[in-house]
Design a protein around this ligand. Structure first.
Ligand code: FAD
Length: 501
């Protein structure tokens, strides 16, 4: 293995380039081919806390990174109008409550809620309470055993600045950028690797050969689909949204440390606060709403004046049948798409890169490695898919055919099992170390009004008063912690303010 060719210079291409250049340490040549004429999808601005691992791998200075990308901090996602119109809940990062007795905190909370002696779930989560107060601090390493020491956070950033930032980093590490539009792909015709990609051909007939090709060409899947015909598994029967309008607008009001997802009649709207602007978009199902109506809904619900014309993006939810086929590994939108409701696409890029590092091939391309890579990719996609479907399925809205259908649809068996477990005793089980923890599932199920019939029988081992006192202590500690946290905007101004754009 000598030459790694990354096709595409969007978020996926430059994340892959930066990570591989860091890990491979100049032992392999890495090239990124991108076309200014084609450009990138240009969205993808909200993340989840796992991205910190990626930044650590790259030894990124967090303050510099946030300055360069106009970034802000994110403590979770607020969901508005999802269960019923008028509902509001948050999926906050980090834990809820505090473990003390044999069963999980939520079980004691369910028990106290049943007798009207529990505060709303928010009160037991530092991420949720800090979000409501627009406060933020990084975890405090100087205090032990405090919610302040456990704050989990992610980032919002400008997608195009992020790709630029990673490009600079990659080029410093020796990655070669090739500007040009690929017009053809040449497959090997003979030998043990017949059918593998031998080279891509750019306009002007420049030919770039490689041993391993990483397809980061976006939705078009230039190598994985157009050249290798790998096939795509369509999940639109579960997730019928297939379009989005995206538009940035001027900032207004306080700088919120969370993403907002507001449900509309046939989809939902995202709001991502950055230092220099707010990113907005309306994801919708074209079978239930026209493009004009979807654009009008978005434009009528911006916090500030629009900074550009809205842009329409079409997509099909699902995944490539194989993410790794022959000597091509698809990463990013070329490998599949799940709408950004839980900000998971950049994370799926990150985990695919980690898997590629784990199963990095030699020229033999062992089938066992490729199969395991594909198995893991499928598991990652399917578990995120189930979590996203949950938001749609658990709704009680009756204002449109779209929501009624989502509530009635048959969901994947893996998700049905999770719902059944929660309905019986409020139990949440994390399957095989899937991305979202019990706390994430709990918050969405509870936030969308799924009420368990009972709670864990062992939550009754303590008296009502002792259980109530335990919950109250947690609530009070969290309230005190939030009270000493700085305002989010002030924290950014002090640590990582970007230059005005
Ligand atoms: P692209 O950005 O499309 O890049 C493709 C690259 O391939 C470009 O450089 C292009 O020039 C190059 N290319 C293509 N064809 C050729 C050719 N013939 N020759 C040469 N070069 C070529 N993810 C999140 O994690 N959080 C979010 O909040 C989020 N929001 C999203 C909202 C929407 C509406 C959508 C559609 C996606 C969102 N995503 C989000 C996903 C995220 O945008 C993508 O995962 C991320 O941007 C990666 O895209 P990419 O690099 O795979 O593709």
């Amino acid at each position: 293995m000598n030459q790694v060719v990354i096709v595409g210079g969007g978020t996926a291409g430059w994340m892959a380039a930066a990570a591989l250049a860091t890990v491979l340490k100049n032992r392999y040549r890495i090239a990124v081919i991108e076309s200014d004429e084609i450009g990138t999808v240009g969205v993808g601005e909200a993340t989840i806390p796992m991205i910190q691992r990626f930044n650590r791998l790259l030894d990124i200075d967090e303050d510099e990174f946030l300055r360069e990308t106009q970034g802000t901090f994110k403590l979770g996602i607020e969901f508005v109008d999802w269960g019923r119109i008028g509902d509001r809940y948050m999926h906050g990062f980090g834990r809820i409550g505090r473990d003390l007795w044999p069963v999980g905190f939520e079980q004691y909370w369910l028990r106290m809620r049943a007798v009207g002696r529990a505060a709303p779930l928010d009160s037991y989560s530092i991420a949720r309470m800090a979000s409501q107060a627009n406060r933020f601090t990084r975890p405090r390493s100087d205090i032990e055993d405090s919610p302040l020491a456990e704050i989990a956070y992610a980032y919002h950033f400008d997608a195009s600045l992020y790709a630029r930032y990673l490009r600079r980093l990659s080029e410093r590490l020796g990655v070669v950028r090739i500007e040009g539009k690929i017009v053809d792909t040449v497959l090997r015709s003979e030998g043990a690797t017949a059918g593998h990609v031998e080279a891509v051909v750019l306009e002007g007939e420049r030919r770039i050969e490689g041993d391993l090709f990483i397809d980061c060409s976006g939705f078009r899947g230039l190598l994985i689909e157009q050249a290798l015909r790998t096939g795509y598994e369509d999940w639109t029967h579960w997730l019928p949204c297939d379009r989005a309008w995206a538009v940035p607008c001027e900032s207004a009001g306080p700088l919120t440390p969370y993403t907002r997802a507001t449900a509309h009649r046939a989809g939902w709207q995202w709001r991502i606060p950055l230092q220099h602007r707010i990113g907005n978009g309306h994801v919708y199902a074209s079978a239930h709403m026209s493009d004009d109506e979807a654009a009008a809904i978005l434009m009528a619900r911006l916090d500030g004046a629009p900074l550009a014309e809205p842009r329409l993006i079409r997509f099909k939810t699902g995944m490539r049948r194989l993410a790794w086929n022959r000597n091509v590994v698809a990463i990013g939108l070329s490998s599949g798409f799940l709408e950004p409701l839980e900000s998971t696409s950049i994370h799926l890029i990150q985990s695919a890169i980690q898997q590629l590092i784990d199963f990095f091939p030699d020229r033999g391309f062992e089938a066992a490695d490729v199969d395991e890579f594909n198995r893991q990719s499928r598991f990652n996609y399917e578990s995120v898919r189930d979590f996203v479907i949950l938001h749609y399925h658990l709704n009680q809205r009756d204002d449109s055919e779209f929501w009624k259908r989502c509530a009635q649809m048959a969901v994947p068996a893996t998700l049905a099992e999770k719902i059944r477990l929660f309905q019986s005793h409020g139990r949440v089980v994390r399957f095989n170390n899937e991305l979202f923890s019990e706390v994430g599932w709990l918050q969405v199920m509870e936030g969308q009004n799924l009420v368990p019939r009972r709670y864990h029988p062992l939550a009754e081992l303590q008296t009502d008063d002792a259980t109530h006192a335990y919950l109250e202590t947690v609530r009070e500690v969290i309230a005190k912690c939030v009270a000493v946290m700085p305002d989010h905007a002030a924290y950014i101004a002090q640590h990582c303010a970007a230059k005005p754009m």
